[in-house]
Design a protein around this ligand. Structure first.
Ligand SMILES: NC(=O)C1=CN([C@@H]2O[C@H](COP(=O)(O)OP(=O)(O)OC[C@H]3O[C@@H](n4cnc5c(N)ncnc54)[C@H](O)[C@@H]3O)[C@@H](O)[C@H]2O)C=CC1
Ligand SMILES: O=C(CO)COP(=O)(O)O
Length: 329
């Protein structure tokens, strides 16, 4: 998307053979087969080269987009800090795309990035999120996203780089709300996939989406996010996409579970499904904060505790009746 907006983009790939192949063929056969990449995009396996290029921006602060899963964010930020030190700490905005809670610490991405880049002056931090299957973005189809940051320079740099004919970029200062929406919609997409895999119908899916949104919002508010954020692109928008869209890997995991496959078989090809990685951390946070997360609990029980998908549905349905919208305290 950046390269289509005419920016010169350097893509860092850890795999040197893949970087060479991208430059030779203008295709990324591993991740985006069949899509011709813009000539303004050049791949490299040298992080030094990529960061130096991002910061060599004629006096304007550079932009680094960290497109790695949550599990790789800390090490990638540490490597970025190292490169920025070599360049004498130029001003740069660093934004990440990952969606999830860190598996063991239950930290949100902004906490991981802040810590890893704490001793690096000149870096502004932010998150880009919203309904955006990579394949559709790469095909140049329309997309609307949100950049969230407490740093106006980060919002300006990210918006300027991405906003264009195919992408509309909104902004927010609610980093926590945006990140919790991105993390929790993946868990809800697994739940919807399980329901669809069991052929429970579209009424059940709509119920899971709606009650899943309430669950996302409860946890997000308890963590310090704003309730309104969950009605936006990074909450409801991404939840609808991921819970219903065939390209979603989290939904695909749920579908396969509902159809009777085991988690180990489903993940054997190394597919990134952040909802699987972060569901237990979300549940632990809910317990710690006294937030009821019944759908997340059901997803964890099915994925990790041997509960059958049908029993999980029955357990959810047999919960006591209660008001749909709790009265304000
Ligand atoms: N693929 C999609 O459509 C979208 C993905 N996201 C989020 O962005 C994040 C990345 O997603 P994908 O690009 O799909 O993941 P991916 O699994 O395709 O990985 C992206 C890149 O990160 C590299 N990587 C993986 N682990 C790493 C580590 N420990 N250290 C350094 N690099 C590492 C991979 O080699 C790959 O080049 C996830 O949190 C995902 O939820 C957000 C929006 C859309
Ligand atoms: O976050 C995404 C779209 O916004 C991608 O979802 P999956 O990780 O489930 O494929």
């Amino acid at each position: 998307a950046l390269a289509c907006a005419n920016a010169q983009v350097t893509l860092w790939a850890r795999d040197a053979a893949l970087a060479d192949a991208i430059n030779a063929t203008h295709q990324n056969a591993r991740y985006l087969p069949g899509i011709t990449l813009p000539s303004a995009l050049v791949a490299t396996s040298s992080l030094s080269h990529a960061v130096a290029h991002a910061c060599d921006n004629q006096g304007v602060p550079g932009l680094v987009i960290l497109g790695v899963p949550v599990a790789g964010l800390e090490s990638t930020c540490a490597a970025l800090a190292n490169e920025l030190a070599k360049l004498n700490h130029p001003a740069v905005s660093a934004v990440w795309t990952c969606k999830g809670f860190e598996q063991t610490s239950a930290q949100l991405p902004h906490a991981i990035a802040q810590k890893a880049l704490a001793s690096t002056p000149g870096v502004g931090l932010g998150v880009v999120s919203g309904p955006s299957f990579a394949k559709e973005v790469a095909q140049g189809l329309p997309v609307a996203l949100t950049v969230a940051s407490n740093n106006p320079q980060v919002i300006a740099a990210t918006t300027q780089a991405l906003h264009g004919s195919n992408a509309r970029i909104y902004n927010s200062t609610d980093v926590i709300g945006v990140e919790v929406g991105g993390a929790m919609k993946n868990v809800m997409a697994i739940a919807c996939g399980i329901s669809d895999g069991l052929a429970l119908g579209t009424n059940a899916r709509a119920a899971l989406i709606t009650r899943g949104l309430a669950e996302m919002q409860r946890l997000g508010v308890a963590l310090g996010g704003s309730a309104d954020t969950f009605a936006g692109l990074t909450g409801l928008g991404d939840l609808v996409l991921t819970a219903t869209g065939p390209l979603s890997r989290n939904r695909q995991v749920g579908l396969a579970i509902g159809e009777g496959q085991t988690l180990d078989t489903i993940l054997a090809n190394g597919m990134t499904a952040e909802g699987v990685r972060c569901a237990r951390a979300a549940l632990a946070l809910g317990k710690q904060l006294g937030v009821d997360l019944p759908i997340t609990q059901a997803v964890c029980d099915v994925l990790f505790n041997g509960l059958s998908a049908r029993q999980a549905v029955s357990d959810l349905l047999s919960r006591e009746a209660k008001p749909e919208t709790p009265k304000p305290a």
